[in-house]
Design a binder for this molecule. Structure first.
Ligand code: ADP
Ligand code: MG
Length: 312
């Protein structure tokens, strides 16, 4: 019997639960907890692909490269992305294989270093918005500009490089991911939204940009024919009038309602907005259902007891 595929996009809280808890041991403890919830889905009959963010981790990788500049060649942003996909994947694989062994689940996890194709003509490249790397002084900012980088001044805190956040167009490794699922593997893929690449004269080329992980997860879910896009984040449910006295938690939203709430400005840009947009895109691309909740509530939400469901 064909099992149903779920893409589970885990947010930053799956690895760093609070500021200061950023050591590898802390991140592994958080990853183990989250993967325990994912393993329950597998026991319930889902084929799961885990995708994840990498914001803080890629920031640390860039910082290490900066600090080592006197001794070692710099690591470009796309390679920092690949590096974090690798070690976060290792963390998830180890955590998953350990839970599988504990619970007697006959599964193995495998991570796919994932490239994500973007359009070199994406208008986002004209207006870079995502800050990366450390704050620098004016002289260092000028030096970065001389290298063709975009640098903006951040209200009194100094200057910082910004990169574009283009739209993902195609998951380069989607066929490999699909094959692995069909062969029974639990796949970790699309870390940090995937490594952004463009096609130049038929060749793939990494670009210094950042792809939104919720958009990349939505695209992947469509490309591999997933039944469910589950966005696991820091809140149990999505709210209207979030953090105001009028706050109202939502059990469900139809696509048309979701679009209306977006128009009305209920979802914060850079946090909840991309999740709702990603869910809407998945449904409009033919997906059946999307769910937003936090890791401890995944099982309850799948039973229909909580979370925010998006359907046609
Ligand atoms: P992730 O790391 O999972 O991508 P984000 O912090 O980017 O998480 O986005 C999730 C956060 O969005 C929630 O933890 C919440 O603080 C915030 N948020 C903004 N608007 C809303 C809303 N309308 N309903 C619920 N949460 C919201
Ligand atoms: Mg986010």
């Amino acid at each position: 019997m064909a099992r149903k595929i779920a893409v589970v996009a885990v947010g930053g809280n799956a690895l760093i639960q609070q500021k200061g808890k950023e050591s590898i041991a802390d991140q592994y403890a958080a990853a183990s907890q989250t993967m325990g919830y994912v393993a329950e889905m597998i026991q319930d009959g889902w084929d799961v692909v885990v995708t994840h963010g990498n914001g803080p981790q890629v920031g640390f990788a860039l910082r290490r490269s900066e600090l080592a500049a006197a001794e070692l060649p710099p690591v470009p942003l796309d390679y920092c992305g690949a590096e974090t996909q690798g070690w976060i994947g290792y963390m998830f694989q180890k955590a998953l294989n350990n839970v599988f062994a504990q619970r007697g689940i006959a599964k193995h996890a495998a991570t796919v270093v994932t490239q994500c194709l973007v359009d070199a003509a994406d208008p986002a490249f004209g207006q870079p918005t995502k800050p990366i790397g450390s704050f620098v002084d004016e002289a260092a900012a000028q030096a970065l500009r001389a290298q063709g980088k975009h640098v903006i001044e951040d209200a009194g805190r100094g200057w910082r490089e910004v990169v574009a956040s283009p739209q993902p167009k195609e998951i380069v490794e989607a066929p490999a991911i699909k094959q692995l699922i069909e062969s029974g593997f639990m796949v970790v893929a699309c870390g940090g939204g995937g490594i952004p690449v463009v096609k130049e004269g038929g060749e793939l080329k990494g670009v210094p940009a950042v792809i939104d992980k919720d958009f990349a997860s939505s695209l992947l879910a469509g490309e591999i024919g997933a039944e469910l896009l589950l966005i696991s984040t820091g809140v149990e449910q999505v709210a209207l009038h979030y953090n105001t006295p009028q706050q109202r938690w939502l059990d469900r939203m139809m696509v048309a309602e979701a679009k209306q709430y977006i128009e009305e400005g209920h979802f914060a840009a850079g946090s909840m907005l991309p999740k709702i947009q990603a869910a809407v895109r998945f449904l409009e691309a033919g997906g059946a259902q999307a769910l937003i909740t936090d890791p401890p509530n995944i099982a309850r939400a799948l039973r229909g007891e909580t979370g925010t469901w998006l359907r046609h």
